[in-house]
Design a protein around this ligand. Structure first.
Ligand SMILES: Cc1cc2nc3c(=O)[nH]c(=O)nc-3n(C[C@H](O)[C@H](O)[C@H](O)COP(=O)(O)OP(=O)(O)OC[C@H]3O[C@@H](n4cnc5c(N)ncnc54)[C@H](O)[C@@H]3O)c2cc1C
Length: 301
């Protein structure tokens, strides 16, 4: 059964870190939800809940989320909604129930780099940074690529403070199961450049999406945006949503979608095959971009 031989309530972060590196079997406790699923008996469980790492606050350039902030706090944050609308609440709302989300932490999730993580997928699409006590600031993309787990403490996540369009989509077989596939797209709100045609503006807009795929079932990755490389002819004259969607769907044709995901290694597990995941990823990306462009539509007036 899972347990600790010793328990330490850290008074400051240095005390927690010193204890962590004393013994390979010492461990930081986040919300404790995933830890207690294991059967490991650790040496010392290090409690960091009194280190004031529970916050969501903005500085000049970033929204900073402390490592001990819970999913529920992220889901309900008005500050995050100002910049990212429902991106974060959508990504965590289906993770078990409210009681569970009141306990699990962003630090435990991001530090562990779980392949099934719903929250990591949108975080990756908005180019955030992780701040580690010893390792300092690292781009999330680079942190996720590291294979060797660090002996360190995650302090906070830094999210760019810019009004953005961010969409999260996932497929779950049942509401409390892990996702079969997650995708997230994001871009800064854009203004139409009057010097160029609507078509050119749209292509520029589609090119500017950052796209991430998670639960594939491995760790989330960013994909290279190749949308708009096959420029199509069109006579899109007016800013009509139907015509605009037709134009976008023409650009997001089978060839483009296949190109987008061709370098991603999808895998099989008990939830889905790699072929299914790949097809669903393409569908979800298309849906998300159409939704994103609809939100941005007003900027084209
Ligand atoms: C039954 C169950 C179902 C779940 N379903 C989903 C799901 O559908 N989607 C989803 O995205 N997630 C899911 N999760 C994962 C969950 O959302 C959390 O990611 C997970 O529980 C870890 O968060 P925690 O705060 O409980 O961390 P803990 O369990 O406390 O810790 C997890 C690991 O992270 C380390 N750690 C914690 N905090 C820090 C820190 N600040 N610095 C360094 N290391 C740290 C711990 O030492 C430990 O190794 C599920 C978890 C469970 C138990």
């Amino acid at each position: 059964m899972f347990g600790f031989k010793n328990y330490l309530q850290a008074r400051d972060i240095e005390m927690a870190y010193e204890e962590l590196i004393k013994n390979k079997k010492n461990i930081i406790i986040g919300g404790g939800s995933y830890l207690k699923m294991s059967k490991i008996v650790y040496n010392t469980g290090i409690d960091i809940s009194k280190l004031n790492l529970d916050y969501i606050r903005a500085d000049e350039n970033y929204i900073n989320i402390g490592a001990m902030t819970t999913f529920r706090e992220i889901e309900m944050s008005e500050l995050l909604k100002i910049y990212y609308k429902d991106l974060f609440s959508e990504s965590v709302k289906d993770i078990l129930g409210i009681q569970f989300r009141n306990n699990v932490t962003i630090g435990g999730t991001v530090f562990s780099k779980y392949g099934f993580s719903d929250l990591i997928t949108p975080l990756l699409a908005i180019d955030c940074r992780v701040v580690l006590y010893k390792g300092g600031e690292v781009r999330l993309e680079d942190f996720l690529k590291e294979e060797k787990p660090r002996r360190d403490i995650l302090i906070e996540i830094k999210i760019p403070k810019q009004k953005s369009i961010g969409i999260f989509k996932s497929i779950r077989k049942s509401s409390t199961d892990y996702s079969v596939i997650n995708i997230s797209v994001s871009k800064k709100n854009m203004l139409m450049d009057k010097k160029y045609s609507i078509e050119k503006n749209l292509i520029k807009s589609l090119k500017s999406y950052t796209i991430s795929i998670g639960a594939k079932p491995g760790r989330a990755v960013l994909i290279k945006n190749t949308i708009g490389e096959n420029i199509i002819n069109s006579d899109l004259k007016k800013e009509n949503l139907f015509e605009k969607n037709e134009f976008i769907l023409n650009l997001l044709n089978d060839e483009t979608m296949e190109n987008l995901v061709k370098d991603i290694s999808f895998g099989d597990n008990m939830r889905a095959t790699k072929e299914y995941r790949k097809e669903m990823a393409k569908v979800l990306i298309k849906k998300a971009i159409l939704e994103g462009e609809e939100i941005d539509f007003k900027n084209y007036n």
